[in-house]
Design a protein around this ligand. Structure first.
Ligand code: TRP
Ligand code: ZN
Length: 922
């Protein structure tokens, strides 16, 4: 079968669209019958001969009618009739510009292991339609630029499926003979098919009626299994917080009388923003002190916010085609990031607001660096708006989401909060109810601000992480400091030459005493700031600098390859220390020879909390890599001293200190090593951790008892205290302290501390201690599917201290037989199998061939049952070309053999790219 490449430039508007649709489901897990009536419209200028083409996948066709007349399979060319193949249903013979199509199909939810379309989870039935699942439910033009009004009738056995939900408003419910019942739902907003949803299950809701900013009222509900009701409160509170935030910050008010969240345990991703009926992975809904950690609470709030914000950025205004995915995802991730940061700042109070916001920024940048940067340099590199794809599901990536959010943030940085808000207002005014492109979004931003953003669009066209190369000159007598900034983007697959992007650099200069210096450029000395010329008809170009002459943090923007900045009036003497890209003002890699001494200075004094963290991390990275290369046996004393000082600085937010003191993540460090040797790196990390634990010995007793104030309550300030305590426990465990872990594990009244105790035990040199707590954890949470995922994950990510190479792999393989493990449940596969390959590469490499054989077997199994999950597992090893020998050579033939056996388009696309030498940048 030839694989079909879909190109952005091939976009054509639909020949036929659908204005209104009536769906009627007779629901059952074995066989569900779906009747559809579509009111179709022929496009402007489309010929009468054009068939009505409906996407149709894995549907058993029962009957087709056109304009009230039954239709038969087409017998000859040109006549009335239909053609049904693997991917579509084509209807010939519609002569009028409007047509009525009626189809009846049968589908089999219990056999749907791909979890796309209508599927069974537990005893319930759920849908997932994004991106192309609707075509697995009924024949339909399954593309986002076809927007229709949906009328949905659901009929099912009442005892088995007591709750029947779909999008919009509940029109009626009817009891039927034979123990059956029916519900009718009508969604007043036209929507693309990917936002359709239905649920038929035994669920209960907690709910709350809220008043909206425009005076209307709305009912908010969170639907879960009856036994999970006590864990639904946080999601409901988060939903209300998100609703208030969007009213305040963007003036966006909920447009529905009813907004529902439904939790399901078998789900490929995090959650889905179906209009008025969000469907969520249970992982991002359920939270109680005993079953969710502080991090889980924050994640629930973030995902609930994300899906809620989609209602305006995604649903009211949607994507013209799937290439525009970042239009809704990048923007919505950015909105969620701002929501989470605002909520954190509010929770900790005004004095700590800055470092609390920095904590969120740090987490987001860590995600970007560990997930997106590697993607951008590997076989899957693509612009935030891809040029082509074989399977769209493979492009729900860190690039589209996280880099996409950074690109939106660039606009926010360039235009300021007010300008950005004006652009958003313009976007909603202009495009509400439409399916649009990324250019449309940028045009709204440009017009509302009178700025020509054409050069900005390159961020949508180019893959690859730009490099910002910095050189400096210092004239200590004159007090003149010059920065030479230059950018380039390395070649990426299919893009041998990349041009300069619009690159905002927020920066400051630190004096010898650590204080920020006022920033004045040479040509600003006596200049009276000229009043900004009004955009005379046309638009202003993007300004290369702000007008804040004399401020200590300023914004300069590279609009071309290079920019030189000459700062004057600085105190003569020692060179100031630059603090570049404050707040990570652009998603680039900084290429700058910064001496240890400068990192030390910034680690102690940088007024920008993000950069202070970044200085600590860069220095730590340097230390660990030197150990890895065998250049030294121990950490530098100056580093250790600075590290201790930062960690002990009580004026800083506790969570911030923990983030700054933690060693950089292994995945990120591997990216900075060429070739990447996971086994050597692991050894160096263990040694560094023990060194630091020893050096900080006097600190640990200070914090080890400052766990939560009882009883547990999620609160960012307390979460910080708990994180500091957890840090101390782990450090003491590394040194062989063994009492505390078991005691804390037994005494804790919450999962955060209990897991922290387990994690500390797993760091203890005596492996028996970790084993004991692992088994205690298993018995305690034996009945709790979601919490057991954390138990699986810890065993997958375990570092074997003395164990034979292969011991962790053997354990992971054995656990696939555990009664709670199911290959059909994505959360289980991610926790145990994906985690092992993505986050424990050192153990995989140490195990060698058996590990790669296990990867192959798992990928092939999932390829046949759930290609979305299979692709994600395949991608865990996409950076294999960077590995040191013998790992790389051992993996190559396994990749080749696997590639020959895969069936799904999704997994094949990934493996082909992984195997193709041509696609990887030199
Ligand atoms: N649109 C969803 C979000 O970002 C994610 C999503 C895309 C998804 N495809 C999916 C979820 C497939 C589940 C299954 O919130
Ligand atoms: Zn999203």
């Amino acid at each position: 079968m030839t694989e079909h490449l879909i190109r952005r430039e091939d976009y054509r508007p639909p020949q036929w669209s659908v204005r209104e649709v009536w769906l009627s489901f007779t629901l059952d897990e074995e066989t569900t019958e779906v009747r559809a009536r579509l009111h179709c419209l022929r496009g402007e200028g489309v010929s009468e001969e054009e068939p009505i083409v409906l996407d149709a996948e894995e549907l058993e066709l029962v009957s087709v009618a056109l304009d009230g007349e039954p239709l038969s399979p087409q017998s000859g060319p040109g006549g009335r009739g239909f053609v049904h193949d693997d991917v579509s249903l084509r209807l010939h013979g519609a002569r009028a510009p409007e047509a009525w199509v009626e189809t009846v199909v049968r589908i089999h939810p219990a056999r749907n292991t791909a979890l796309s379309g209508l599927y069974r989870s537990g005893t319930g039935l759920f849908t997932q339609c994004e991106a192309q699942g609707f075509r697995r439910i009924t024949p339909f033009p399954d593309r986002p630029d076809v927007m229709a009004r949906f009328h949905v009738t659901l009929e099912a056995d009442e005892a088995r499926y007591p709750v029947l939900l779909s999008n919009g408003n509940l029109q009626e419910t009817v009891r039927l003979p034979g123990g059956r019942h029916r519900a009718v739902w009508v969604d007043p907003f036209p929507k693309p098919s990917y936002l359709f949803a239905l649920v038929a299950a035994d669920l209960q809701a907690i709910e709350r009626e809220v008043g909206l900013a425009d005076g209307r009222r709305s009912l908010l509900q969170v639907w879960v299994k009856p036994e999970h009701l006590p864990r639904a409160g946080w999601a409901l509170a988060s939903l209300e917080a998100a609703l208030r935030w969007d009213e305040r910050r963007f003036g966006r008010v909920l447009d529905l009388d009813r907004y529902m969240i439904v939790a399901v345990s078998d789900f490929n991703m995090g959650a889905m923003e179906n209009k008025g009926l969000n469907i969520f992975n249970t992982k991002y809904v359920l939270a109680s002190p005993e079953t969710a950690t502080d991090a889980d609470y924050a994640a629930v709030q973030a995902v609930v916010g994300h899906e809620y914000f989609h209602n305006w950025t995604g649903n009211r205004i949607t994507c013209r085609d799937w290439f525009q995915l970042t239009l809704k995802e990048g923007l919505t991730v950015f909105r969620e990031q701002e929501f989470s940061a605002d909520e954190l700042a509010q929770a900790v109070g005004p004095e700590r607001a800055d470092s609390a916001r920095a904590v969120k920024r740090i987490e987001d940048v860590q995600t970007l660096r560990t997930a997106q940067f590697p993607e951008d340099e590997g076989p899957m590199a693509h612009p935030i708006r891809p040029q082509s794809y074989r399977a769209i599901d493979n492009f729900y990536t860190a690039t589209v989401y996280e880099k996409g959010a950074e690109v939106i943030r660039l606009l926010h940085t360039l235009l300021g909060e007010k300008g950005f808000r004006a652009g958003m207002d313009r976007y909603f005014e202009r495009y509400d109810g439409q399916a649009v492109t990324c250019e449309d979004f940028v045009a709204a931003m440009a017009e509302a601000n009178g700025v020509d953003l054409t050069p900005f669009l390159r961020w949508y066209e180019q893959a690859g992480t730009p490099r910002l190369v910095v050189e400096e000159d210092w004239d200590g007598d004159a007090g003149r400091y010059t920065l030479h900034l230059r950018q380039f983007t390395p070649p990426t697959p299919g893009q041998p030459e990349n041009g300069p992007v619009i690159l905002p650099v927020r920066l400051g200069l630190l004096g010898a005493d650590g204080r920020d210096l006022p920033l004045v450029l040479a040509d600003e000395r006596d200049a009276v700031p000229a009043p900004e010329a009004p955009p005379a008809g046309g638009m202003r170009p993007i300004a290369p600098r702000d007008s804040a002459v004399g401020a200590t943090t300023r914004l300069f923007t590279l609009t071309d390859e290079a920019l030189t900045l000459e700062f004057i009036g600085l105190p003569p003497g020692p060179k100031p220390v630059p603090s570049l890209l404050r707040g990570f003002s652009a998603p680039v890699r900084l290429v700058f020879e910064e001496p240890d001494e400068a990192l030390r200075h910034r680690m102690a004094y940088d007024s920008d909390a993000f950069n202070r963290w970044d200085a600590a991390q860069s220095w730590a990275q340097r230390q660990v890599l030197r150990l890895t290369r065998g250049e030294t046996e121990t950490l530098d004393e100056t580093f250790v001293t600075a590290w201790k000082q930062l960690l002990a600085d009580e004026s800083l937010d506790a969570m911030f200190r923990v983030k700054a003191a933690a060693l950089p993540g292994e995945r990120w460090l591997l990216e900075t090593m060429t070739p990447a040797d996971p086994v050597r790196l692991r050894t160096a990390l263990v040694r560094s951790s023990i060194d630091l634990a020893r050096a900080g010995r006097d600190l640990w007793p200070r914090w080890r008892d400052c766990g939560s104030a009882r009883p547990y309550r999620y609160d960012p300030l307390e979460a910080g205290r708990r994180a500091l305590a957890a840090f101390a426990w782990r450090m003491e465990a590394l040194l062989g302290e063994d009492e505390r872990c078991s005691r804390t594990f037994a005494a804790a009244d919450n999962l955060t501390e209990r897991l922290a105790a387990l994690d500390a035990a797993l760091a203890h040199p005596d492996e028996a201690l970790g084993e004991a707590l692992l088994s205690a954890f298993e018995s305690r949470y034996a009945e709790d599917d979601l919490v057991l995922d954390k138990w699986f994950a810890r065993q997958a990510m375990r570092w074997s201290w003395h164990g034979a190479p292969g011991a962790v792999l053997a354990r992971v393989q054995r656990l696939t037989e555990h009664r709670a493990f199911r290959w059909t449940n994505p959360n289980k596969v991610y926790a145990l199998v994906l985690n092992f390959f993505a986050n424990n590469l050192a153990e995989a490499c140490a195990a060698g061939d058996p590990a790669w054989a296990f990867w192959q077997e798992a990928v092939l199994r999932l390829d046949a049952t759930n290609p979305i999950v299979g692709s994600r597992l395949a991608r865990a090893l996409e950076r294999w070309r960077r590995w040191a020998e013998p790992y790389r050579a051992a993996f190559a033939p396994v990749l080749e053999a696997t590639r020959r056996q895969v069936r799904s388009t999704e997994v094949r696309e990934i493996l082909d790219r992984m195997a193709d030498e041509e696609v990887v940048a030199p």
